[in-house]
Design a protein around this ligand. Structure first.
Ligand code: ATP
Length: 513
């Protein structure tokens, strides 16, 4: 099945099974805004817990905060967002559709990469075991030609973006012959800058009201609270501050479901270090974060680092962690060494000293910062994409199963009475009443057991138990595993010890040590 079709299926699965709904759907929706349903919120909360605990519980020197969405507008002047948080946009005059110029060019780079990958796949099929991929890539004329085109384009693009050369970006689009996917024409307008921040008015009367922004990132809430936390928590450098919260960006092009939203959630951690040590800490956080992703068990081959060659003027190292989505490898997290840029800017704009006094050396300095920044919704999407599986069963039937890591699954255990009479429902309820303090359980008595299993498979419930007539005599139930579909008879008294350890967030955290 084409990857595009797989993605469409994942999007409709998310809706059909109560994970993600389009916002304001009965009013025909609101572009790039989504709501999470009854299963989505559980999965999302579990992702957040996994991240939060991996930061705050697992590190003695990381604490959390929850800052407000509204902040003093000067903060966004100091951070550079008012002047420079822009995307280059371009319109197609025929279709009247608007695009991000950088995305059009990145897609074009992706096309060259796809061509290379196709040549490699074709040759691998043709030559079988004797295929030497490296040699093939170094010698095949079509691969070499596409590589040359890709590298040249990449270089031109990086240069134009680095200098924010809007004419240069337009020229690349023209030279590459990029067409609008809707109209198929090259009738492009000039490239213009577009600020991504949403603003609103705060205050009751017209004269006293103030223009405020909906924060486009959570990080600034951490920077402006740096002194509060350092002083009240008596934090010693190096230390980190973590935060999970909503961020808002007026994205020009809303695409790919919850990959690019206008209201989304971030999990950010700023780690404050002594100047000069930041390039020791950067690789450590790079590895720590990759380990966090890979502990989910999706396979190392589905992740890669994308180190930034062109750095923002205030950064001295940056990398993205990319995940293989059905539409290619895409950024889910950024790790940046941001020097003392943000704290120094806030010193300058607020007129307040934001320094750390190091008692060991008697020096005062503005700390340097390593930040890890990940989108909850993108993480959600990557998990859904990896978990969604269509399986052909031996009996000729098929099933859709969400192979979610058990610790992230919305529901951990479904309790199913074989029939809804003769005391079986009561026994099932009794089991739930004992286990509900430990993990999320659900009860289902409607339809055949087979249909009920399918419903649980579709939302990723790792375990189901059936309560039958024998249960009333031997106090045992049939425990079914979602992935293997194997069933075993176990005593009700053992259920908690059999399941709790496997479905707890702690089971994931232990893999990080
Ligand atoms: P992109 O290049 O995709 O626009 P970015 O580099 O601007 O992303 P950052 O500012 O580094 O992203 O934000 C950190 C993380 O926040 C990203 O890695 C991503 O997971 C998430 N994120 C950013 N923008 C969005 C969005 N519009 N919708 C959902 N998640 C987002």
């Amino acid at each position: 099945m084409a990857q595009e079709d797989v993605f469409k299926k994942i999007v409709s699965h998310c809706k059909e099974y109560g994970f993600v709904f389009p916002s304001s759907e009965i009013y025909d929706g609101l572009a790039a805004v989504y709501d999470y349903g009854q299963n989505g919120i559980e999965l999302k909360n579990n992702i957040k817990q996994y991240w939060w605990k991996s930061m705050v519980l697992m590190h003695e020197n990381i604490v959390g905060i929850d800052s407000a969405v509204f902040m003093h507008p000067t903060i966004w002047k100091a951070s550079g967002h008012v002047d420079a948080f822009n995307d280059p946009l371009i319109d197609n005059r025929d279709s009247k559709k608007r695009y991000r110029a950088d995305v059009l060019i990145e897609d074009q780079i992706g096309k060259y990469e796809d061509k290379i990958a196709k040549e490699v796949a074709k040759a691998a099929k043709k030559f079988g075991d004797s295929f030497d991929e490296q040699k093939f890539c170094e010698t095949n004329p079509r691969v070499l030609e596409n590589k040359k085109k890709r590298d040249a384009l990449q270089e031109r693009y990086a240069e134009a973006m680095g200098a924010m050369d809007l004419e240069g970006l337009k020229q690349i689009i023209i030279d590459e012959g990029i067409v609008c996917p809707i109209s198929g024409t090259k009738n492009w307008t000039d490239v213009r800058q577009f600020n991504l921040m949403f603003s609103t008015e705060m205050g009751a009367s017209a004269d006293s009201s103030m223009k405020v922004y909906l924060r486009p990132e959570t990080a600034q809430g951490i920077f402006v609270n740096y002194l509060n936390v350092q002083k009240t928590g008596r934090m010693k450098i190096p230390f980190g501050i973590a935060q999970i919260g909503k961020a808002f960006r007026n994205e020009i092009v809303a695409r790919q479901f919850i990959f690019r939203m206008r209201e989304f959630e971030q999990m950010e951690m700023q780690f404050f270090v002594k100047p000069g040590t930041e390039l020791e800490w950067f690789p450590r956080w790079r590895e720590t974060r990759m380990k966090w992703h890979q502990a989910l068990g999706f396979g190392a081959e589905n992740y890669r680092f994308h180190d930034h060659e062109k750095l923002a003027h205030y950064a001295n190292a940056a990398t993205d962690i990319e995940f293989r989505m059905p539409f290619g490898f895409k950024e889910v997290e950024g790790i940046h060494s941001r020097t003392d840029f943000d704290l120094s800017q806030h010193e300058k704009f607020s007129g307040k000293q934001i320094k750390y006094f190091d008692p060991a050396t008697n020096e005062s300095y503005v700390p340097y910062v390593i930040e890890t920044s990940i989108g909850v919704d993108r993480m959600f999407l990557s998990i859904m994409c990896h978990a969604y599986t269509e399986e052909q069963l031996e009996n000729g039937e098929s099933r859709v199963v969400l192979k979610l890591p058990a610790a992230l699954a919305p529901i951990k255990l479904a309790v199913l009475p074989l029939v809804k009479k003769d005391g079986l429902p009561e026994k099932a309820r009794e089991i739930i009443d004992a286990l509900k303090f430990h993990f999320n359980c659900t009860y289902d008595e409607k339809d055949t057991i087979g249909k009920r299993y399918r419903r649980q498979d579709a939302i990723g419930t790792p375990y189901c138990i059936t309560v039958d007539y024998d249960t009333l005599k031997d106090n045992c139930v049939t425990l079914r595993n979602r992935d293997t579909m194997e069933q075993e008879r176990v005593s009700i008294d053992c259920l908690n010890s059999l399941i709790e350890d496997k479905v707890s967030i702690a089971s994931l955290l232990k893999k990080l040590q």
